[in-house]
Write a protein that binds this ligand. Structure first.
Ligand SMILES: Nc1nc2c(ncn2[C@@H]2O[C@H](COP(=O)(O)OP(=O)(O)OP(=O)(O)O)[C@@H](O)[C@H]2O)c(=O)[nH]1
Ligand SMILES: [Mg+2]
Length: 364
């Protein structure tokens, strides 16, 4: 599962990528600096992991990770191939969620491809290109089912009706995720087509350092514009945070963060949000050798969770011992949790909750 950083050229996407990842991407003050996508595997900061480390004192600690892809900037006409548009749109299609970066800072020295700072216009430019690409997809599909629908095939007619609704929505500038289609039809006809505008999205407002805490007028406009999208809007002083990330010393980084009014980097918050946007959650294993955060899809059963460690764990699953994270912390150890009768024993149907500390029993 990976999240892609998307936006106009020169709005700070690669700079953001560099805040998140140790894999350094080239960032420079000219449009289309990025051509090939940069890919980084980023640790998900999780205070619970530190707490478990403190209690268990293991040999090593392994955090959860999320994959982030820094993609080239899109411009008007991308869906028609402008600025290598089709290639870039292909890169976006391969991701599972979109982090849409909007330039919300004034600075005459940093080139804006459309000549002025206007995040609402920019968002629309990107949305339209993504929607046009999806329109192409839906039109192709309509061509395919049309004939079968005409011969009276009920299934094909139902599909065609959904596709036409999608087409009309996209033509009206609505993203697939926001077009009103019932759950079953979505599952059956919409999902397989992997529309770009069906991917979950989050907006990242790139602000100047004075606006890192409260945002600014541009951010207010963005919030107002997306208020019906149920999408998260995150405020981040990308340029400043990138500078802070460069500092080797932890104390020094904290000091500079405090200077702009933050107690943790906005990028840490962003990674956690991206993780959620990808529908991912964490369970822990807490042994003396290793304390580790494992990533599962929300709604996974205990055997599926076990399968993330090893497929044999899933195949030979017998049961799981589960300690709620809060119990682990308040009792202080697995043994004490057991004594208190707070250790849960769960079978195949158990849906794992975020933060569960798990131990699997299985035979091979
Ligand atoms: N003042 C200021 N400059 C920034 C900020 N974020 C990025 N920049 C600068 O803007 C320029 C473009 O940044 P990039 O991160 O390369 O932009 P990009 O979106 O990856 O651009 P493309 O790869 O061309 O699509 C660089 O010179 C950055 O240093 C910011 O928050 N404030
Ligand atoms: Mg770039």
């Amino acid at each position: 599962m990976k999240a892609g950083i998307v936006g106009l050229p020169n709005v700070g996407k690669s700079t953001l990528f560099n805040c998140l990842s140790n894999a350094k991407a080239q960032s420079a003050n000219f449009p289309f600096c990025t051509i090939e996508p940069n890919i980084g595997v980023v640790n998900v900061p999780d205070p619970r992991l530190e707490k478990l480390e403190e209690l268990v004192n293991p040999e090593r600690v392994v955090p959860a990770t999320v994959e982030i892809v820094d993609i080239a900037g899109l411009v008007k006409g991308a869906s028609k191939g402008e600025g290598l548009g089709n290639q870039f749109l292909g890169n976006i299609r391969e991701t599972d969620a979109i982090l849409h970066v909007l330039r919300c800072f004034d600075n005459d020295n940093i080139v804006h491809v459309d000549g002025s700072v206007d995040p609402i216009r920019d968002k629309e430019t990107i949305d339209i290109e993504l929607q046009l690409k999806d329109l192409e997809t839906v039109e192709k599909k309509i061509d395919k089912v049309k004939r079968a629908a005409r011969t009276g095939n009920k299934e094909a007619q139902a599909e065609e009706a959904v596709l036409i609704k999608l087409k009309e929505g996209l033509e009206a500038g609505i993203s697939v995720r926001a077009i009103d289609i019932d759950e079953d039809a979505r599952e059956e006809y919409v999902k397989p087509l992997q529309f770009i505008t069906d991917k979950p999205v989050m907006y990242v407002c790139n602000v100047d350092e004075n606006s890192a805490v409260d945002g600014n007028a541009y951010v207010d406009q963005v919030r107002e514009t997306v208020k019906d999208e149920h999408a998260e809007v995150l405020v981040l002083a990308v340029g400043t945070e990138a500078d802070i990330t460069e500092l080797d010393d932890y104390e020094e980084r904290q000091m500079f963060l405090a200077d702009i009014g933050l107690d943790e980097p906005g990028s840490a918050k962003l990674i956690r949000s991206a993780y959620k946007l990808l529908n991912q959650q964490t369970y822990f294993t807490a042994g003396v050798k290793e304390v580790r955060a494992w990533t599962i899809n929300i709604g996974s059963t205990a055997p599926q969770a076990a399968g993330v460690i090893h497929t044999d764990f899933e195949k030979g699953f017998i049961r799981a011992e589960v300690i709620k994270y809060d119990d682990f912390v308040s009792y202080g150890s697995e043994a004490k949790v057991k004594e208190a009768g707070k250790l849960g024993v769960e079978g195949k149907g158990y849906i794992v909750a975020d933060g569960d500390v798990m131990h699997f029993l299985f035979n091979v």
